[in-house]
Design a protein around this ligand. Sequence first.
Ligand code: GDP
Length: 303
Amino acid sequence: TKYKEGMTKTRNSFSGKINDLIAKYRKVDEDFFEELEEVLITADVGVMTVMDLIDELKMEVKRRNIKDTQDVKEVISEKLVDIYYGDDDEEIEKLNLQQDNLTVLLVVGVNGAGKTTSIGKLAYQLKSEGKKVMLAAGDTFRAGAIEQLEVWGERAGVDIVKQGAGSDPAAVIFDGIKAAKTRDADVLICDTAGRLQNKVNLMNELAKVKRVIEREIPGAPHEVLLVLDATTGQNAMSQAKIFSEATNVSGIILTKLDGTAKGGIVLAIRNELGIPVKYVGLGEKMTDLQKFNADAFVFGLFA
Ligand code: GDP
């Protein structure tokens, strides 16, 4: 139900338009597909993904000999899910948590995307699942970032490791790992600065942070989670491209899905960049973080 509530805008826009189309055309023909293509592109599904989807739909419609647009709806949702998973399955949506050792999550993203809020929500959620969680305040660049993370740490009831503003992020995260090991934590969530203006700086900083983490814990970071604001649509897509060039992003936290009709971006990111969405933000409260599931998401689009 959280999903349903949070996706009201996307759903109303998306299924509303699809229903209009179905009523308008009745028979499946070239014009129907052309207009469907537009509806999908407007929902930010991404041009390339839409092309793939339309091709698949046409084939399936032919294969099943579907004539009536009413019957296409089901095929659309099936194909949306197929396109999302590709050769993979629901495993790709799961957070890579270590059973016996410390799990280190690195969280990246531009300022304003909802990085701090998402870290707070995720800490709370993992803690609720019985994990001992700690935070490392690695965004030493943005004014107020450390304090804001502290507030979320308190709210979620988890410890935070920090240094002063302007300190070296890699040093903060190094301290974080030491503290997490000493205190026998299960998960350390590391914040980072979101400077996108200078790609070289971004790459260097992320590379340095990653080197420190890798040196302390072989195989870590276990996830590099990119926080993207769904309301920015195609801009989120280009941020995803830049960050995945700067570091190997393993999953997306897509925020503010409650505030947009452009939820289709989920499919574009997965299909065009191969990066799965792991969580979606559906509000500003601590409990408004939902594990992503493509089936539930697509069902939510039409429900
Ligand atoms: P940061 O600069 O990336 O750390 O961004 P913040 O975590 O400070 O979030 C920026 C704004 O977005 C804040 O006002 C948050 O309350 C809001 N926000 C974050 N996630 C969500 C979400 O999933 N839904 C809604 N509606 N607002 C969100």
